[in-house]
Design a protein around this ligand. Structure first.
Ligand code: ADP
Ligand code: MG
Length: 674
């Protein structure tokens, strides 16, 4: 079985087991999926006079001398040579007497290591070596896998455990693709076949990545099929509330919003649970769509759970929705973790009695024991915060509610079609009218005074601004030398004495945060110095300028999210990115990319090339899980193949499809069928 624990392998006791766990290896499958991160090229012996410093080489020669040099750090210099001119020292800093005894003048050594120019000429410090009593001739050409290792567990030891496990991989599916099974490909990666060359290794890695991507896609299909067997309440009744809601908005929907609303409402009117992803750049107006869906649910006497990623955002949605929906007689409730237990209890009772028609809350609250009278619809905002693999597990008396998932994650379309293969996708590809583009500029620290006076001028005209820093307080040297909100607050108070400045960060008490946010919304606070707590969803249309201090410390996706806090009204907006020179080329590219592009999708694509997917989809950036082997940039061209192959398999060999899923996600049975 793939999930067979490694403890069953010979030589793996509790100590080794614990070390393997540090490498996230718990099962035999984990072990054989622990791929080398590079290979030593031992296909050619480099002549000693061709050895270059800074490169790894495979060399061979006779021992000319063995000298113990007693300086500060005693070391052994073993000089080897082919003839008089070309020689190289193998230098050992740790050695045993026994080891020394084995090295005799005249013997042959075959050595692999990193060459460098030392004081006594070319040397290799602690290379790997083998001694021979007579000329061993040319070595067997080899690629030696080098594994990510950990203390107490060398790459070589890991390699030998893996080779042992490779003899027991009968559990892997025998599915062939391009002439290889997963097992074949893994074997090639762990026991490379030199005759296939480097290309053979690359192909084998691709084959493994393909399997993983295929499993993910098949799993999506499986869930889609499971979901289609569920029925739910068709929300097909409608009265005049929809029109009333539209009239009370104070704006009319864009064409894109109208189209997406129709897509959502038509899903809701069916007895099949909706699972729709609503993708739209920051500020494209996703919340209204959610409101209209809520109205439809309410007209059918069902409740809506509305999940937000942060408390701040939950509160903002609560206010917006109350403003739009209360006049229609739809009661909105708020449920957050920072409410007192009695207050929460009151809310939960209102929910179970069905008095609250919409409940806005943070994610965690819906995983707790919140019971509904009749849950018809669940909405998840800013889905990227919750992870690609993580889907909602809300059910209502065995019935799945309709689900609307909203995200501003700008992912290229081909990728979205893959990652969200089991969902229907709606895209808002149009911003509300009158939106001014945001003018973005990049400034070095020398222009700081200018930036501050630009802020002063803008505030004097009655508009508001954000000033975002990477951290709160920078006296902690671990954080590096960038500026924190505490210092910046002091600086700006001194330089802009007539301005009302607020301070907002994640470590503040809840009530304090609320007070500051309210103050900013009502424009009593003109300038908000904040950490990235303002990143997600905050909507204050009168704020038209965002300064980002140490802009080079942020990822592209994050900067784009931050910038989305301005440009939400009809006035022209600005984003000023500050940096302290010198900055790396990569950082400069990021800042310039932001200056040149306002489209989130385009930026995402650039991000993929500038940063790599680990960071785009890695935990830090987007809160999403990444794949074990596959790399969404490197393996992008596989996505298309995965789709066509996946369809074929499902049709012709569904049992194999299940096997592939089970190999990669053995814990899948723990998931809800969502
Ligand atoms: P996001 O898609 O980032 O969640 P929001 O739903 O917060 O965007 O909308 C951003 C702002 O645009 C809000 O102030 C909202 O009221 C406003 N808005 C949404 N749709 C329109 C529209 N069609 N016309 C004018 N303003 C709109
Ligand atoms: Mg939003």
């Amino acid at each position: 079985m793939p999930s067979e624990p490694i403890a069953q392998l010979r030589g793996v006791g509790p100590a080794i087991g614990a070390r393997l766990q540090r490498l996230n290896i718990r099962t035999k499958l984990d072990l054989i999926l622990h791929l080398p991160f590079r290979y030593e090229d031992r296909t050619k012996v480099t002549p000693l006079d061709k050895v270059s410093s800074g490169t790894e080489h495979y060399v061979q020669g006779r021992i000319l001398s063995v000298d113990v040099v007693r300086s500060q750090r005693p070391s052994v210099y073993v000089a080897i040579g082919e003839h008089h001119r070309a020689r190289l020292n193998m230098r050992l800093l740790h050695y045993s007497p026994r080891q020394l005894n084995q090295l005799e003048e005249g013997m042959w050594l075959r050595v692999y290591g990193l060459a460098r120019l030392g004081r006594k000429g070319m040397e290799m410090i602690h290379p790997e070596y083998r001694a021979f009593t007579s000329d061993p001739g040319d070595p067997q050409p080899e690629y030696i896998p080098v594994y990510p290792a950990t203390q107490g567990l060398t790459s070589a030891r890991i390699g030998s455990l893996i080779r042992q496990a490779l003899n027991e991989i009968a559990f892997l599916p025998h599915y062939q693709y391009q002439g290889l099974t997963l097992g074949d490909a893994l074997r090639l990666l762990h026991e490379p076949d030199v005759s296939r060359g480097w290309d053979g290794l690359h192909e084998a890695r691709k084959r493994v990545a393909f399997d993983e991507l295929l499993a993910f896609l098949l799993l999506r299909h499986r869930r889609q099929i499971q979901r289609s067997t569920f029925s739910t309440l068709a929300l097909d009744k409608h009265r005049e509330l929809h029109e009333m809601c539209l009239r009370s908005l104070g704006f009319s929907l864009t064409t894109a919003q109208q189209r997406v609303t129709q897509e959502v409402l038509s899903d809701l009117s069916r007895a099949k649970p909706m699972l729709r992803l609503l993708q739209g750049d920051v500020g494209s107006g996703k919340t209204v769509i959610a409101a209209l869906a809520i109205v439809r649910a309410a007209e059918n006497s069902t409740q809506t759970a509305f999940m937000a990623p942060t408390e701040l955002l939950a509160e903002q949605h609560y206010e917006t929705l109350s403003q739009w929906l209360s006049p229609l007689g739809i009661q909105v409730g708020l449920l957050t973790g920072r409410m007192t237990a009695p207050a929460r209890k009151v809310r939960q009772e209102a929910i179970v009695r069905g008095e609250d028609t919409v409940i806005v809350g943070t994610h965690a609250l819906f995983q707790e024991s919140t019971k509904f009278k009749s849950l018809g619809l669940a909405i998840i905002d800013e889905q990227h915060r919750f992870g690609v693999h993580q889907r909602m597990q809300l059910r209502d008396k065995g019935r799945l509610p309709h689900q609307l998932i909203m995200t501003a994650t700008p992912i290229p379309r081909t990728l979205a079609m893959y990652l969200f293969a089991d969902m229907d996708v709606s895209v808002i590809d149009e911003l509300p009218p009158g939106r001014q583009s945001i003018e973005t500029s990049v400034h070095s620290a020398q222009q700081r005074e200018k930036v501050i006076s630009a802020v002063g001028n803008l505030l004097a005209s009655g508009q508001q601004a954000y000033w975002v820093c990477a951290a709160i307080d920078l006296r902690d040297p671990e954080d590096g030398d960038f500026r924190g909100t505490a210092d910046v607050l002091e600086e700006l108070r001194a330089k802009l004495p007539n301005v009302q400045i607020g301070h907002l960060h994640g470590r503040m008490k809840t009530e304090e945060k609320d007070r500051i946010m309210k103050g900013f919304r009502s424009a009593d606070i003109q300038l908000l110095v904040a950490t990235t707590v303002v990143e997600v969803g905050i909507d204050v249309p009168n704020a038209t300028l965002m300064v980002v201090d140490d802009g080079d410390r942020f990822g592209l996706a994050q900067l784009h999210q931050l910038r989305g806090r301005v440009g939400r009204g009809t006035k022209k907006s600005f984003c000023m990115l500050l940096y302290d020179p010198p900055i790396s080329e990569a950082s400069r590219n990021r800042l310039n990319a932001l200056k040149a592009h306002t489209d989130g999708f385009e930026l995402a694509h650039l991000d993929l090339t500038l940063r790599g997917p680990g960071e785009v989809f890695g935990k830090k950036q987007s809160g999403t899980e990444s794949f074990r082997i596959a790399d969404l940039v490197m393996d992008a061209e596989l996505l298309q193949e995965t789709r066509s192959e996946g369809e074929k398999l499902l049709e012709k060999n569904p049992e194999m499809a299940s096997k592939i899923i089970d190999t990669w996600t053995p814990s899948e049975s723990d998931y809800a069928a969502v």
